[in-house]
Each structure stands twice: as structure tokens, then as C-alpha cells.
Ligand binder design. Structure first.
Ligand SMILES: Nc1ncnc2c1ncn2[C@@H]1O[C@H](COP(=O)(O)OP(=O)(O)OP(=O)(O)O)[C@@H](O)[C@H]1O
Ligand SMILES: [Mg+2]
Length: 317
């Protein structure tokens, strides 16, 4: 029997606070519970994900860190921890310094380090899936994450700055990286939803933009089937908006024009995911992923869908 197709995934959203870290450890738990070999790595110097799994993130000169693996030929196994939630883990340690050290190196080669020294040796050998949690603003670690893990999942939240976060990510990261690499956005997901969508709420604004706005589709296709020329990107002639959205928005958040009509007529009551759940915070306080804290949490169904998407390498339309 064939094993899964190995895949490295980055949560490469250039905006803090939309749920990169909770998505990384929850998806890691779900993929691990399916029996896959999974590695999750915290590449954010802030180390929220590490803290949430019980690892210290303070600077520690004595321990091997990611910098030793990327720049000093240390065996990656030396920095891998085994928290026991179905995935192995690389905690954030000395990452400010690692980022500075990478920045001193030759520019292009230094963006390949994570791919060459960690992803390529481990992916398909020790691990089926490698997930990178990244910081919310671009640095050398973000560059390394997207080169090493050219499959992105982009979380958004129902906040006025959400679309601006995606705009920045599209213009400054996606467009740029696609000059040199095949960079796939596996999915973009709304997170932390809590309001009704048959009225003018923040949730409605986000879901409507995601599901109807040609510019939103163009953000996702930047550098591929769309180009940035003016202040917003535009899809190439003949590229169908609905098709692009079908390919990038999971079923739990995809709302078609017909469905919007039914919602507005009061005939359809949708509760799209991923929804707000206090248990994400409770799990964090308990230093566990949600999959371990409460395997029955209703939002995990959406992470099962995301796990399917990672396994399949995209949304099966
Ligand atoms: N669906 C949700 N329900 C409840 N709380 C959530 C949900 N998603 C995220 N949060 C909370 O929102 C905050 C931000 O989430 P998270 O840390 O995952 O975002 P991030 O993108 O990694 O942010 P940063 O860039 O600051 O690391 C956290 O306190 C998290 O617990
Ligand atoms: Mg984070």
C-alpha cells in the first residue's frame, strides 16, 4: 500500500492574532491522531505555540537550537521534542538570534536553509507532514518557512484588518515567492466566528468578502492567475472567480451565490467554521492542543476537513 504524499505546510499569514498558532497545533494533533508521523515547528520568536505546549522559550545558550541545525550542521533530531500529542515538536528557542544569523548570510541561500537542513532530510523519511507556525511579520524565518513548506494555510478573523492582512500577505509574500517557487495556498479559512450572517455583522462582512469578492480571489492567485499592477491585484481574463474560491475555501466556509440568496430569504441558516470556542484558550492554559484537551470539541470537525485538504494537497472540488 502507498503511504501518504509527504507535505510541508506553513501558516504564512503576515498578520498576528488570526489563529496561526492554534491552527498549527490543532491540525498537528488531528493529523497525528490519524496515525501520520507529524512534526510541528514553532518559528515565531514570540513562541506562543511553544508556551502553549509547555516549553520554555527564553533564550538558552547551552542548548542546541534551530540555528545549530540551519547553520552548523547539527542533526535536527537534537532539537526535536516529543510532547506526546501525536506529533513531534521543535520549540522556539533563541529565534531572534537565529533570524539575525540568517540575515547575515548570503540573501538567497539563507532562505533555503530550513528546506535544505530540516525539511529535505526529514520529510518523507521521518515525517509524513511538517507544519510551520510563523511570525506575523516578514523576516528570514518566514522566508525559510515558505521556501521549506510551499503549501500554505491562511487563517483570517472577522476583524476590519483581516482583508488588509491578506492583502499584505498577497502583495509582499505570495507574489514575491511565486517568482521563484511553486507556492500553493491549500486553503484560506475564517476563524473565531461567533455571529449570525443573515445580518450585517463582522462575520458576515468577512464571509461575504471571502465568498464573493473578485479581489479576494485575486489575492490568492497573485503571481499565478492574477497580477498586482495597481493598488489591488486583478485576476487574468477568463479566470472564473467562483472556481478560484471553490479551490481555496473549505466547504465549511464556502457560501455560493444561491446560498446567500437563501440566507437572506431566511430559508437557510448556516453556521460556518471555524467558530469561537473558549476551549482553545482553556487548552492553551493547560499546555495542550485542543485535540488532547477535549477530543469532542465541535470545532475539531473543521480541522478534520483541513487534515483531508493537507492529505489531498488541496480542496477536492
Ligand atoms: N476559534 C477560536 N476560538 C477562541 N479563541 C481563539 C480562536 N482562534 C484563536 N483564538 C485566540 O486568539 C488568540 C490568537 O490566536 P493565535 O495565537 O493562534 O494567533 P496567531 O496568528 O498565532 O497570533 P500571533 O501572530 O500573535 O502568534 C489566542 O489567544 C487564541 O487562543
Ligand atoms: Mg502565533
Amino acid at each position: 500500500m502507498n503511504g501518504p504524499t509527504p507535505r510541508a505546510v506553513s501558516f504564512a499569514m503576515l498578520k498576528g492574532g488570526f489563529g496561526k498558532s492554534i491552527c498549527a497545533n490543532t491540525l498537528g494533533g488531528v493529523l497525528g491522531n490519524r496515525g501520520h508521523n507529524v512534526l510541528v515547528a514553532d518559528l515565531d520568536p514570540a513562541g506562543h505555540l511553544s508556551t502553549g505546549l509547555g516549553y520554555y522559550t527564553r533564550e538558552d545558550e547551552d542548548k542546541a537550537d534551530l540555528g545549530d541545525v540551519l547553520l552548523n550542521e547539527t542533526d535536527p533530531q537534537q532539537i526535536i521534542k516529543h510532547p506526546g500529542y501525536g506529533f513531534d515538536f521543535v520549540p522556539a528557542l533563541n529565534l531572534e538570534r537565529v533570524n539575525d544569523d540568517l540575515a547575515r548570510d548570503d540573501v538567497f541561500a539563507s532562505d533555503m536553509k530550513l528546506k535544505n537542513e530540516l525539511v529535505d532530510p526529514l520529510l518523507g523519511n521521518d515525517y509524513d507532514y511538517i507544519l510551520f507556525d510563523v511570525p506575523g511579520s516578514r523576516n528570514k524565518l518566514v522566508n525559510n518557512a515558505v521556501v521549506g513548506a510551499p503549501n500554505a494555510i491562511l487563517p483570517l478573523m472577522p476583524a476590519p484588518e483581516a482583508l488588509n492582512g491578506l492583502r499584505e500577505t498577497s502583495k509582499k509574500l505570495v507574489m514575491d515567492i511565486r517568482q521563484a517557487f511553486d507556492f500553493e495556498i491549500l486553503a484560506t479559512i475564517p476563524n473565531n466566528l461567533s455571529q449570525r450572517i443573515d445580518q450585517r455583522t463582522k462575520d458576515r462582512n468577512l464571509l461575504e468578502a471571502m465568498n464573493t469578492d473578485p479581489t479576494f480571489a485575486a489575492y490568492l492567485e497573485a503571481g499565478r492567475r492574477a497580477d498586482w499592477t495597481g493598488s489591488q491585484p486583478e485576476l487574468h481574463d477568463g479566470v472564473d472567480v467562483e472556481t478560484v474560491l471553490d479551490e481555496h475555501i473549505p466547504p465549511f466556509a464556502r457560501i455560493t451565490p444561491d446560498q446567500w440568496e437563501q440566507i437572506d430569504n431566511g430559508d437557510l441558516h448556516l453556521k460556518p467554521g471555524i467558530r469561537h470556542s473558549g476551549e482553545f484558550g482553556d487548552a492553551y492554559e493547560e499546555r495542550q492542543p485542543l485535540t488532547a484537551y477535549n477530543p469532542e470539541n465541535a470545532q475539531l470537525a473543521h480541522f478534520e476537513t483541513l487534515a483531508d485538504i493537507v492529505e489531498n494537497g488541496g480542496i477536492q472540488a
